[in-house]
Design a protein around this ligand. Sequence first.
Ligand code: GLV
Length: 280
Amino acid sequence: MKSLKDKDGLLCLLTDKVDHELLDAAPKLKAVSTFSVGFDHIDVPACTARSVAVTNTPGVLTESTADFTWALLMAAARRVVEGDAYMRGGKYKGWDPLMILGTDVAGKTLGVVGFGRIGQAVAKRATGFSMKILYYDTRRADPAHEAALGAKFVSMDELLAESDYVSLHTVLDASTRHLIDAKAFAKMKRSAYLINAARGPIVDEKALVKALKTNRIRGAALDVYEWEPKMAPGLASCRNAVLAPHLASATLETRTKMGQMSAQGLIDSLAGRRSPYRVA
Ligand code: GLV
């Protein structure tokens, strides 16, 4: 924090909390640029009140994040991680019709929670799997987008009740914190999977551990955690969970673009130009 005292600009990561305390320690700050699309770690109203511009990296990580969401979904449904451990553990003694049985993906129902850029890119991939696509958002999407993806706008309750795969793509704010809690798990099919490549606190992680351990749902695949980088007690021993360390945008191409975009956002703000990547 001390080093911020005389700085005009800050290029931060999603692990850096930009709050009143930081802003107090940086009285000359004019711009904050985050190397992420999510900006829940930044107190945007506090920045605005101090005339500090905030920029992020929208768009460039949409496809990588959607790809990784699918990697998680497929890994969970087809038990790829368990299969890998089986091989490395020397347990494979020969083909068996009932060994490591997974769940089909093609033709199933995908529920997309949060139908922004990433949610829609995830839905687009689902069309290739002939899936029925449901989505929930606070606002209904443009009918043309809905029609192009064959996606149906439903209530959150309907989405939870009908989906075989529930994939989260909302921002994290007060309205989405613990959106998926014990009550939500109770509404899901016992055969359903939860996928979260958005933000950890959208899910009540203790309730998730309970749901996984009691087979309230069949499985989960997570890239983000409520108390990241920590996991809720018991999660690591849930064999029906696929766990990744916040990798959704982690490709060389995408991280390079994010670096360029976050640097450009900072340069623009400091030069007094309105960056197209401006959050506020
Ligand atoms: C990653 O989680 C991001 O917000 O860019």
